[in-house]
Design a binder for this molecule. Sequence first.
Ligand code: KG4
Ligand code: ZN
Length: 359
Amino acid sequence: MRKTLTILGIESSCDDTAAAIVRDGEGGRQILASIVEGQTSLHAAFGGVVPEIAARAHAERVDGCVAQAMAAAGVGFGDLDGIAVTAGPGLIGGVLAGVMCGKGLSAATGLPLIGMNHLAGHALTPRLTDGLEFPYLMLLVSGGHCQYLRVDGPDSFTRLGASIDDAPGEAFDKVAKVLGLPQPGGPMVEAEAALGNPKRFALPRPLLDRPGCDMSFSGLKTALLRARDGVIVEKGGMLRADRADLCAGFQAAVVDVVAEKTRRALAMAPVKAFAVAGGVAANQAIRAALEKVCSENSVQFLAPPLALCTDNAAMIAWAGIERFRLGHSDDLTLSARPRWPLDQTSPALLGFGKKGAKA
Ligand code: KG4
Ligand code: ZN
């Protein structure tokens, strides 16, 4: 019989400070509490996440988040079996704040410390939410991540493709910025796109002419900027309808690229289930396109609830449970890693997103 495990998770790799308690046992897989404190307002004036501000906020808030999560779950340290903490990849100051908190709690309580890869947290979430069996294909799409992963086990990941430059959320955010829309840009661009004509501007579908499922969004963003400038030169300004058409054209290009690359990823890894995670998974047009590709290929489509798609600590606690069950844990020499590819065998991808190092 599987031993019931109750794990505290801590996450601080980007701009969300989070703590959660997850239990796995006879009663199934349960999130007893999940606390996320975002930092959007702290970074709003700077047009992106400022690493030093993020690190300071994490250091100030992380222990409070842990206390809140434990109180909400109604557990004490004596009820826990371990402490899982994101040890990378991410903005190093923030990751350090979480790792130091995890180490301090482990040293004080004697509980095992489990250093987790943030991306493994995202990639294993469909097992927490839907009990998904291995193997499956995962698309991580957010402001900082963009990769296809074949997931064969709690520590067995194969990266099939990834963005060679911007992550899609980052591109949505930059497009919003050049069109005068507020941040975070994704939902704003999606709302404008619903009012526009996606065919008016002929925007590129980058890398569709190359085999495989790597993606690129930086050229698309530049093409959109040129189209915007063309409108301004022609009309002496941009009307609301122009902006809506630009948003619609941009979103349609992203949808086409993601749909085609997903078709190819499914051909490379013929699995029965496909799951998506990350903030961009909130986009209805992208989600609908992914669902369609999956149904065409008779593959089950899964999208965890948005609160578990975006950064949170329940995914870290769950991934910690999976790693702990394999017999792995760390000691106080655990280091924080800014870069930490999940798949150690695929060649490293270069590039830094606005939210930190890509992995
Ligand atoms: O996963 P997330 O909360 O944080 C990280 O990036 O790690 O994702 C946030 C990203 C932002 O870039 C945001 O603009 C994008 O997800 N996003 C969207 C939508 N909602 C959020 N992008 C496109 N359409 C949306 N509806
Ligand atoms: Zn993330």
